[in-house]
Design a protein around this ligand. Structure first.
Ligand SMILES: [Zn+2]
Length: 183
C-alpha cells in the first residue's frame, strides 16, 4: 500500500481522525511526454518574461495552472494536482480535491492554450449525462467561471444533480407559464 502521498493531508488536518486520512484518495493524471514538453516550454517562457521563480513549481516540478480565487492550483509532472493557499497566508500545500483538480485543468487549458489538459479530465461514468447547465461546455454561460453544476467536468451523475437541487442550483428558476392549468 502506498501511503506516502497522503502524509501531507494527514498532517494538515491533524484534528480529523487518522482513519479518515487513510480513505482519502486524490485524482492523479498521466501526463504524456508531449504535454510535459508543452508545459515546460510555457513555464520557461513565462519566467523569461516576467514571472519570478515559484517554490512549488521548483520543488515539485509543477506548473501553475490556476492562480485565481485565493488558492493556487498546480499540476505536478507526476500527475498530482497541488493546492496552495499562499496568497492568503497559512494554508499548507496539499493535494487538491477532485473539483479543484478538474477546475485546474479546465482553467489551465483556457489560460495556457494547451488543450491537451482538457483530455485529462475524466469522462463520464456509465450513469453520467451531459451537464444540463453548461451543455458540456464546462463554463458558465458568461464564461466568467467554470460551470457551478458540473465543476468543469461537462457531465453530471444523478447524485450531482440531487446535490444541486438541494441547494437550489438546479433547475434554474423559470417564469411561470401565463395560464397555469390546474387539474
Ligand atoms: Zn456544467
Amino acid at each position: 500500500m502506498r501511503s506516502g502521498p497522503l502524509i501531507s493531508l494527514c498532517v494538515s488536518s491533524s484534528l480529523t481522525p487518522s482513519a479518515r486520512c487513510e480513505t482519502v484518495a486524490r485524482m492523479r493524471f498521466v501526463l504524456s511526454a508531449t504535454l510535459l514538453l508543452e508545459l515546460r516550454q510555457r513555464r520557461t517562457a513565462q519566467r523569461a518574461q516576467k514571472r519570478a521563480a515559484d517554490e512549488v513549481e521548483d520543488v515539485h516540478d509543477a506548473f501553475l495552472l490556476d492562480s485565481g480565487m485565493g488558492t493556487m492550483l498546480y499540476l505536478a509532472s507526476d500527475g498530482r494536482v497541488l493546492a496552495s493557499g499562499s496568497t492568503w497566508g497559512d494554508e499548507p500545500l496539499r493535494e487538491a480535491i477532485d473539483d479543484e483538480a478538474i477546475a485546474a485543468l479546465v482553467v489551465g487549458a483556457e489560460e495556457t492554450g494547451i488543450v491537451a489538459l482538457l483530455q485529462l479530465v475524466p469522462g463520464p461514468p456509465r450513469e453520467g449525462s451531459a451537464c444540463p447547465r453548461c451543455c458540456g461546455e464546462r463554463w458558465e454561460a458568461d464564461r466568467m467561471g467554470i460551470c457551478l453544476l458540473c465543476r468543469g467536468r461537462g457531465w453530471v451523475v444523478p447524485s450531482m444533480l440531487d446535490a444541486a437541487r438541494s441547494i437550489g442550483l438546479w433547475p434554474p428558476e423559470v417564469a411561470p407559464p401565463r395560464a397555469r392549468r390546474r387539474g
